[in-house]
Write a new protein. Structure first.
Length: 214
């Protein structure tokens, strides 16, 4: 997917780690995401509603992508908006088109682009090299930005919430000139390029709005 984005300036401080990941996932990924300035609160309906909107594409083995918009209040990003842009997709990639329509909604509603969500209709739940470059573009702007991968056919893990490791993963992506699917070398320190996020929690009271521009 392609990137929109306005420049935001966010200074970093450590915050309390609000962890929704299961114990099993933490054990599998012992290196938690580093703690970020702001925690993130997202609607309980977000992932469910997105899968529903993606259903026809998923049936046809085509990816679907969406952008998550949030407002910032008292140290928390509240994810209130899912924008599904016009898009072109294959079984392994999805690209937003007419991005000015995304900017217009973000500007109108004063939303931060704090993340994106996409399906892997037939692949497992992971971040492809293209996904990592997309995620880099978000994370450069908003360090808390995250990627949700929905993989309904992955029997071991149907979804994941990911972020590039910082600074290791971020610097690998910053220095990578390649496009399309390609290989990234493992970080020299043996750590991961990307990790599960740990400062995102579900808020069932959050209002939630969907703009389906397709
Ligand atoms: Zn992907
Ligand atoms: Zn790369």
């Amino acid at each position: 997917m392609h990137i929109m984005i306005n420049i935001f300036h966010i200074s970093k401080f450590l915050i309390q780690n609000l962890d929704i990941q299961s114990h099993a996932v933490r054990q599998q990924y012992p290196r938690n995401c580093k703690m970020y300035t702001y925690s993130i609160s997202q609607s309980a309906r977000l992932m469910e509603d997105f899968l529903e909107l993606a259903r026809d594409n998923t049936k046809n083995d085509l990816e679907t992508c969406g952008i998550l918009g949030a407002f910032l209040k008292m140290g928390t990003f509240y994810v209130t908006t899912l924008i599904i842009p016009k898009q072109e997709s294959t079984s392994q990639n999805c690209q937003a088109i007419n991005e000015e329509e995304i900017f217009a909604i973000q500007n109108e509603q004063s939303l931060f682009p704090v993340g994106w969500i996409h399906t892997h209709p037939s692949q497992s739940c992971f971040m492809s090299s293209i996904d990592l470059h997309t995620q880099y573009s978000y994370q450069v702007m908003v360090p808390e930005a995250f990627a949700i991968v929905m993989a309904p056919t992955d029997t071991s893990r149907s979804y994941g919430i990911f972020r590039l490791s910082d600074p290791v993963g971020m610097s690998i992506l910053k220095d990578c000139p390649e496009e399309g699917f390609h290989h990234h070398n493992e970080p020299a320190d043996g750590g991961p390029i990307y990790e599960h996020c740990s400062n995102i929690y579900i808020n069932s009271n959050l209002r939630f709005e969907i703009f389906d521009l397709r």
